[in-house]
Design a protein around this ligand. Structure first.
Ligand SMILES: Nc1nc2c(ncn2[C@@H]2O[C@H](COP(=O)(O)OP(=O)(O)OP(=O)(O)O)[C@@H](O)[C@H]2O)c(=O)[nH]1
Ligand SMILES: [Mg+2]
Length: 186
C-alpha cells in the first residue's frame, strides 16, 4: 500500500508568489520559530506533494505561474479527483494580481466542483503580517466582492482565515481540520 492511500487530499492553490509553499514549509516544522524575514523560496514547478503523516493528510502544492495555471485547467482530470479540502491563498499585499487571482479562483472552483463534489473551500488571506498597513486590508473585501456572489449562487460554504508566517497560530488554526469540520458544519 502506498503512503498516500487513505490520506485526505488537500490542494493548495493561488497565484505565483502568494506564499503557498512557505505555508507548507512551516506546516512541516514541529518547532515553529518566527522567522526574522520572509524566507527565500523558489517557484514551485507544477505540483509538489507532501505527506503530513501525523495529520493523515497529503498536501498538493500547486505552482502558480501562468504556464502551470493553464495546464491545470487544460487537464483537470489529472489533478482534481478526490479533493477533500481546497485551500486558496490570496496575497493581501499584492494589488497587481488581485483581479486575476479572483478569476483564477472561480475557474478552478468550477472544475473542482465537477471532479470533487464534496471538496471544502478554505480561503487564506495571506501575508497578513502583524505590521501590515490596515488601510490596505480592503484587498480582502475586493476579492470577496468578486467571488462571494459566485459562491452564493452555487450555495457553497467556505471558511476564511487571515494568515501570516509571522503569526504561527494563524497557520496552525487554518490547517486544524477538526476545527474546520466543526465550523463548516460537518
Ligand atoms: N511578508 C510575508 N511574506 C511571505 C509570507 N509567506 C510567504 N512569504 C514570501 O512570499 C514569497 C513567495 O513565497 P512562495 O511560498 O514561494 O510562493 P508560492 O505561492 O509557493 O509561489 P509559486 O510556487 O510560484 O506558486 C517568498 O519570498 C516568501 O518568503 C508571509 O506571511 N508574509
Ligand atoms: Mg510554491
Amino acid at each position: 500500500m502506498s503512503k498516500e492511500d487513505n490520506k485526505k487530499k488537500i490542494i493548495i492553490m493561488g497565484m505565483e508568489n502568494a506564499g503557498k509553499s512557505t505555508i507548507v514549509k512551516y506546516l512541516k516544522i514541529s518547532n515553529y520559530e518566527i522567522p526574522e524575514n520572509p524566507p527565500d523560496m523558489n517557484p514551485t514547478n507544477k505540483v509538489e506533494r507532501t505527506v503530513l503523516a501525523d495529520k493523515n493528510l497529503i498536501i498538493w502544492d500547486f505552482g502558480g505561474q501562468e504556464v502551470y495555471r493553464n495546464e491545470y485547467l487544460e487537464k483537470p482530470e489529472s489533478y482534481f479527483h478526490s479533493v477533500s479540502y481546497f485551500y486558496y491563498v490570496i496575497d493581501v499585499q499584492d494589488y497587481y494580481r488581485l483581479f486575476s487571482s479572483a478569476m483564477y479562483f472561480m475557474a478552478i472552483y468550477n472544475v473542482i466542483s465537477k471532479y470533487s463534489l464534496d471538496a471544502r473551500i478554505v480561503l487564506l488571506f495571506h501575508k497578513w503580517d502583524p505590521e501590515f498597513d490596515p488601510k490596505k486590508k480592503n484587498l480582502k473585501e475586493k476579492f470577496l466582492e468578486k467571488v462571494q456572489p459566485y459562491l452564493e449562487k452555487r450555495n457553497t460554504a467556505y471558511l476564511m482565515f487571515d494568515t501570516s508566517i509571522f503569526s504561527p497560530n494563524t497557520i496552525k488554526s487554518a490547517f486544524n481540520i477538526d476545527l474546520i469540520k466543526t465550523n463548516i458544519g460537518l
